[in-house]
Design a protein around this ligand. Structure first.
Ligand code: PMT
Length: 402
């Protein structure tokens, strides 16, 4: 996130929907990711949220009135329209959608929307009948045809007490939708990237399983980076608490056999397949159908080997496909990872040290080095998972676009 948001100029337009409170969290996260956020509130938005909140969060004066005395020429509307990298309208009411679709410029926000040539992302929020009304749908269609972008709305319980489409998407979903609009590298447009993520649960009986410590953070970082660069992304994920991007197709599985089936059904159509999952190497030979009772003395569990998914993909890959394995090692990193490169017939291995708290399972960072047929790309470095994903997709894009 930080790489893409850092130093970017975002105009956050807040309009008069009850979902305006969600814009505070969006502003806060954008600032945390290094963006410069100019908050713009319509008059109706100020009935629901205060400008002081946005000013405290962003460090910038909240713009409200078109004709208030100009204290700072930097917020003059044409200056902002020209400077902005992205306009986010969250929440976007039926009213602002109608004004934007019809070129009405009767306040600061609508005037500036007309003046800007930056991408505009709308996060609609309104009552279901207002959202599904043909007038609103026609306005959305018009804005889309002119290059406007939309995230949501979601379906769910609305402030008016009804249930249906019209609920503004959650802040993290809105922020994810901004990534492809801000990312300057568009080298994966039209490419399909298939990623495995998380660990597996191999049942011993209906209540117990063999698992591992994979959090899915690496898979999430990979999916976000690929989406930001314009790819279409499928993630086959084992159980994990890390949220996966809304814009990715996510296939949830539990066991390695389910993961293998899901991956092999999709791998032929993918341009690149990346095995970041900590796939269970073994499963119980005879998982019990009923809960095993204790008190009968020692239990011996017979384990049988699971299919090697990334090796099956590597061995059957077609020309032009790029296959990446991760190698989690506690000793002899380069040697073991190089052996996996050859054995699994993949194009690249992301060798990473696991065992230390700052690297591998659950951590925010990895001690890692890339290894391909030419050998290691350098020495082992401690990198954030985001940076690993960025560097990995530099390699993937280079290979796919060669
Ligand atoms: O999820 P996080 O908490 O963010 O942690 C990330 C990670 C440490 C899990 C990740 O960076 C990582 O290293 N993933 C691979 C872990 C692993 O299983 O390594 P391995 O050396 O056992 O397997 C090598 C490769 O074969 C991997 O691409 C793995 O997905 C694949 N494999 C392994 C066994 C199997 N039966 N099928 C496979 O496809």
């Amino acid at each position: 996130m930080k790489r893409i948001f850092s130093t970017r100029e975002i105009v956050l337009g807040v309009t008069g929907s009850i979902a305006a409170y969600k814009a505070c969290e969006i502003a806060s996260r954008l600032v945390e990711y290094g963006a410069s956020v100019t908050p713009v509130l319509t008059k109706s938005a100020t009935e629901l949220v205060g400008p002081a909140t946005f000013e405290a969060i962003t460090g910038h004066r909240a713009v409200i009135d078109m004709f208030e005395p100009l204290q700072n020429p930097e917020v003059e509307h044409i200056a902002v329209a020209t400077r902005a990298d992205l306009f986010l309208i969250a929440p976007a009411t039926a009213n602002i959608l109608a004004k934007a679709a019809h070129g009405i410029a009767d306040d600061w926000l609508s005037t500036t929307l007309l003046a800007t040539r930056a991408p505009i992302l709308f996060a609609p929020a309104m009552n279901t009948n207002m959202y599904t009304h043909p007038a609103t749908q026609a306005n959305i269609e018009t804005l889309r045809e002119r290059g406007g972008h939309f995230v949501g709305p979601d379906s769910g319980r609305l402030a008016c007490g009804t249930t249906g489409p019209g609920r503004m998407s959650d802040p993290h979903v809105v922020i994810e939708a901004m990534l492809p609009l801000l990312c300057q590298r568009k080298d994966l447009v039209g490419k399909h990237i298939l990623i495995t993520s998380g660990g597996n649960r191999e049942p011993i009986d209906p209540v117990r399983f063999i698992g591992n410590r994979s959090s899915g953070k690496m898979g999430r970082a990979l999916a976000l980076e690929a989406l930001a660069r314009g790819a279409c992304v499928t993630v086959v994920s084992g159980p994990s608490e890390t949220p996966l991007p809304h814009a990715a197709e996510v296939i949830r599985v539990e066991t390695a056999a389910q993961m293998a089936e899901a991956v092999l059904a999709r791998s032929a159509d993918a341009d690149a397949i990346i095995g970041a999952a900590a796939v269970a190497d073994y499963r119980a030979a005879n998982a019990a159908g009923q809960k095993r009772k204790r008190g009968t003395g020692p239990v011996t569990l017979e384990l049988v080997e699971n299919k090697d998914i990334i090796a099956a993909v590597g061995k059957t890959k077609r020309d032009g496909q790029f296959v990446v394995a991760f190698a989690a090692e506690t000793t002899d990193l380069a040697e073991n990872a190089s052996a996996k490169l050859t054995k699994k017939e993949v194009d690249l291995v992301v060798a990473n040290e696991v065992g230390a708290p700052d690297s591998g399972f659950g951590a925010e960072t990895l001690r890692t080095v890339f290894i391909d047929a030419q050998g290691p790309s350098g020495t082992v470095e401690l990198l954030t998972k985001e940076t690993v994903a960025e560097r990995l997709f530099d390699r993937v894009a280079q290979a796919l676009n060669a």
